[in-house]
Design a protein around this ligand. Structure first.
Ligand code: TRP
Length: 362
């Protein structure tokens, strides 16, 4: 079986280093490997609205921002279909049918939903929880199954969504005695450090709403300032450095290559050697941050430069999105047709409907 790869991002802001190591780098790898029939990347604007209903302008403004980030990191519209979620009518329709296969209780047990309810303050009596928001795991299952995707490169926090999707696939196929829907699996980074990159302030997730991100599009001065702001434990330089919860080292773990050592820190061959020396003492955190700054600058420079080029090609980018969305509409309509057939609600495409009804009343 040839793979169908699908993933999506909410357009609520520019993409940052957490996205980059958690999922974007894996997409580049999958694109390079080329072992797929379809590779679809969706801008999940409808999902973004589930907690931004009062702010559609923010979602609208970030569609092109996210596209620019995609193109800047090297995702290639010749090899990937880019599309906009809200423009694909099969998705809400599939969602509506899947909603009957999932209990409200199950949605509230989803750990990602739980922590987001908390984080967004929806647990507050006054605001309450939007129905669309608790429902988004089901709509995400529609995103994935509409294209029969089997491979989903996502951050580790999305695993509960994929589990929910697999449950829906199994119920659907079981209840309607069909094999229409396909089970998916997540593709996570090889290096677990990349599952969830901490923020520059030390909190356990890089997140726009916390304001602790380094964005792919940040300018060199901004990057430098943010890296300098990473807190480190005060100590005398001769004292041993501590690696545990050391944000600068976690970032190095996610980004540094041996090439970087050759170029910027030839005293050491690789991260293991540097770690050993650091824990013996004698290396200050300023030195580590300087090295880290070089590494991150090196990583982001080509991305930023490509982004600036694409910023002059907005009409072409919108064309790419239109073309991809049209293709996605077609592909998902085919699945929707099969779904309705499996459920026997495709009345007008099914000759036996008319025949049986005539017989029944004769
Ligand atoms: N929930 C994902 C996020 O917040 C975005 C998303 C929407 C998605 N639909 C998807 C991811 C389908 C993978 C597959 O990042």
């Amino acid at each position: 079986m040839k793979n169908i790869i699908l993933t999506a991002d909410r357009p609520t802001g520019r993409l940052h280093l957490g996205h980059y190591v958690g999922s974007l780098r894996e997409r580049i790898r999958l694109q390079k490997e080329g072992n797929y029939e379809e590779f679809i990347i969706m801008i999940a604007d409808a999902q973004a609205l589930t907690d931004n209903a009062e702010n559609p302008q923010k979602v609208r403004e970030n569609i092109i921002e996210v596209m620019l980030d995609y193109l800047a990191i090297g995702l290639d519209p010749k090899k990937i279909t880019f599309c906009i979620q809200s423009m694909i009518p099969a998705l809400p329709e599939l969602t509506a049918y899947y909603m009957n296969l999932v209990t409200v209780q199950r949605l509230f047990r989803n750990p990602t939903v739980k922590s987001e309810i908390n984080q967004k303050g929806f647990d507050n009596e006054k605001t309450g929880i939007p129905v669309g928001f608790v429902n988004y795991p089901i709509s995400q299952a529609a995103d994935i199954t509409a294209f029969k995707a089997n491979i989903v490169p996502v951050g580790e926090d999305q695993e509960p969504m994929l589990e929910q999707t697999r449950e829906i696939v199994r119920s659907f196929n079981h209840i309607y005695k069909t094999d229409t829907l396909i089970e998916c699996k997540a593709i996570l980074p090889e290096n677990p450090t990349c599952y969830r990159l901490p923020g520059t302030n030390g909190s356990n997730k890089m997140s726009k709403s916390i304001g602790n991100c380094i964005y792919l599009a940040d300018e060199p001065e901004t990057i430098k300032k943010k890296i300098n702001s990473i807190s480190s434990m005060p100590r005398n330089i001769d004292e041993p450095g501590i690696l545990e919860n050391n944000i600068a080292f976690i970032y190095l773990e996610a980004f540094v290559t041996d090439e970087h050592f050759k170029k910027y820190y030839p005293e050491y061959k690789n991260l293991n050697e540097l770690k050993k020396a650091y824990t013996k003492g004698g290396i200050g955190d300023g030195t580590i941050k300087k090295f880290l700054n070089n590494v991150i600058q090196d990583t982001l420079k080509p991305i930023r430069e490509r982004r600036h080029i694409f910023e002059n090609q907005i009409p072409e980018i919108i064309k790419i999105l239109k073309k991809g969305t049209n293709k996605a509409i077609k592909l998902s309509n085919e699945t929707l047709k099969e779904v309705k057939k499996a459920m026997a609600i495709d009345y007008f495409n099914d000759d036996s409907f008319e025949k049986n009804q005539i017989k029944k009343y004769n």
